[in-house]
Design a protein around this ligand. Structure first.
Ligand code: PLP
Length: 366
């Protein structure tokens, strides 16, 4: 076991990065899915999951929690809330937990849609959560990205109408992987939050060098931040996310959630508490992700596929100058990617898996 791990580390070029073996023991390389959970045997590069997770500490805690799943886990959820508040230098009343951050996005959308009106979002961005808000009568106003695929804050501000209830900023943005400078975002929020709720989705913020804007929620009722354990913490299947907002805003969101403290299972909560303490896992994920991403960008560019610089664990790239059938090659090599997000320029997205996954991808499309 140890030998094969060591071989893998060599292959991944970690020695060159100066990483020692010891802190890596907790890593499991499991991105080739052969399980009942994912229902497939493909290399999954479609959903921006962490191929190294869950952290070992989470696995141990989750396994132990299975034996207590006959009990409601309110106390544990309260401990998780306290840990999240402390980590973000906020109070417990600023935190609301959910089954994945998509639930919190959905609730923010429904809160905004209570009085109909409009929601300003970028085009392209992560927009699945707007469904309920639209059903409830909200209109979405889509604002094109800049040429370098960043959210256009100036245009977003201009797009706010008198009836706009919410502006959504995905930072970094999915699918493009671009991040806004914290200072620019803070300035934007100052203006925009006078007119509407600013919902900042920080699902991938831990991958970036930019600071979270979460502390703004202390004094500003019109800022909601959503976060997740699905990405850098490697717990996508455990379904844990949360919102950070002013206590009064949390109270309003809470009224739209079915059951206070009820959404997080005993097993998921145990995994999340353990993950929060595992700074080494987060750091190693970042290092491995960067190495695999740099390799992929270099190789894709050689194939005429131009990539947008990514601050995340996924890549946005143009197939405009690539002559082969990219998607057919993925399929015949059992690699699950995504589709075309923008016809103009044939822009697509791929998740950064392990170095081995990315080498297979490059072999498949070369
Ligand atoms: C930008 C963004 N926000 C939110 C989510 C939802 O993630 P989850 O519900 O697993 O927290 C995703 C998932 O891919 C995402 O990409």
């Amino acid at each position: 076991m140890k030998n094969s791990r060591r071989d893998w580390f060599k292959k991944a070029g970690l020695a060159a990065l100066g990483l020692s073996l010891a802190p890596m023991e907790g890593f499991a390389i499991n991105s080739i899915n052969i399980s009942a959970v994912t229902g497939g045997t493909k290399i999954r590069l479609s959903s921006n999951e962490n191929p190294y997770g869950p952290p070992m500490a989470s696995r141990t805690a989750m396994t132990a929690a299975v034996n207590e799943s006959n009990r409601y886990s309110w106390d544990q959820t309260s401990r998780l809330v306290a840990a999240i508040a402390k980590k973000n230098r906020l109070a417990e009343e600023n935190v609301l937990m959910s089954a994945g951050s998509i639930e919190m996005l959905d609730i923010a959308g429904r809160l905004a849609a209570k009085d109909k009106g409009s929601i300003v979002i970028a085009d392209n961005t992560f927009s699945y959560w707007t469904r309920a808000a639209v059903q409830l009568g909200a209109e979405t106003i889509e604002v094109p990205l800049t040429n370098d695929k960043k959210i256009d804050l100036g245009a977003m501000l201009k797009a706010i109408r008198p009836d706009t209830k919410l502006v959504y900023i995905c930072n970094p943005n999915n699918p493009t992987g671009t991040v806004l400078k914290t200072v620019d975002l803070v300035n934007f929020i100052k203006e925009a939050s006078r007119k509407a709720i600013v919902l900042v989705d920080e699902a991938y913020i831990e991958f970036t060098d930019e600071a979270s804007i979460a502390t703004l929620v202390k004094d500003n009722k019109n800022v909601i931040v959503t976060r997740t354990f699905s990405k850098i913490y490697g717990l996508a299947g455990a379904r844990i996310g949360y919102a950070l907002a002013h206590a009064d805003t949390i109270k309003e969101m809470d009224k739209l959630q079915a059951y206070v403290l009820g959404g997080i299972s005993a097993v998921s909560g145990a995994g999340a508490i353990a993950a929060l303490d595992d700074a080494a896992f987060v750091e190693k994920t970042k290092v491995l992700n960067e190495a695999a991403k740099n390799y992929t960008v270099g190789e894709m560019e050689k194939l005429g596929i131009s990539c947008i610089p990514s601050s995340t664990n996924f890549l946005y790239f143009s197939l405009a100058d690539y002559k082969k059938d990219f998607f057919k090659l993925l399929e015949s090599n059992s690699i699950e990617g995504t589709g075309i997000f923008e016809e103009n320029g044939r822009w697509s997205r791929i998740t950064i898996g392990t170095m081995e996954d990315m080498q297979k991808l490059i072999r498949a499309i070369s």
